[in-house]
Design a protein around this ligand. Sequence first.
Ligand SMILES: [Zn+2]
Length: 285
Amino acid sequence: MRLENNQKKRRTKWWIALGATVTILAGASLGALSAYNWSPEETIEGLFGISVQQSLTQQNHEERSIDEDVKEMSRTENDEKSEEPADPVEPDENAEGDTAYPDEPERTPETMEEPTYVQGVLIANKEYPLPTDYAPGEDPEARAAYDEMQAAAAEAGHSLVAFSTFRSYDYQTDLYNRYVEQHGQEEADRFSARPGYSEHQTGLGFDIGAEGQEEHWASDSFKDTKEAKWLAENAHQYGFILRYPAGKEHITGYQYESWHFRYLGEELATKVYESGLTLEEYLGI
Ligand SMILES: [Zn+2]
């Protein structure tokens, strides 16, 4: 009888210990998840300091000063003249071809006579370049919408600045060549468009940052600012979409750029935003 009791006690203790361990582990996981907005991806990034979708090399490049160049060059040029993205898709190994420039391109900036429109939307990506001489300047409608958005952001306590908008083919040539010199072509292709392929050449791409926080301009760290969060949630109401969301590099061809917005007009921007899709997916191209 006593032996049985002892066995029972031991068994009970064992179960209590097991229960406590499970509770602690579950609690720790939930705590970590909630600390990182319930995103397992961010939790892993946050806890281990690594990016799920980006290699360490890439992470380093983001923290290096390459984006200083954009800032610097954009300033020079100016002087002269979700929310979480829904349903991030894990990049798969076979998707490499989607992000790269085509080996034998059907279209090149030199052969293009007109820019490409798909369902009325002007497209500039790695598959659809713009003609070298396409130079519309900054789109006035996009600028007006941006100004309206900037005013609304100011009312919400955020001071926005569009630090780079229209970039000409020649300007992009200089920018891209500098990146290639610094980082090699393969790496440069992940964050900078080749001349003729940049959305900035359409006059509809706006790189947006917080005023006085140049250290976050065109930098991965911008995503954690209150301005980036406001933009991600509200830009569509003014006709802009976050063009290169996290986890969509294999579709858009570019790494997550929390600062790059594309003007589409309020109606389409809202539809794309609500779909949780990239522009390429939304248009089926
Ligand atoms: Zn940009």
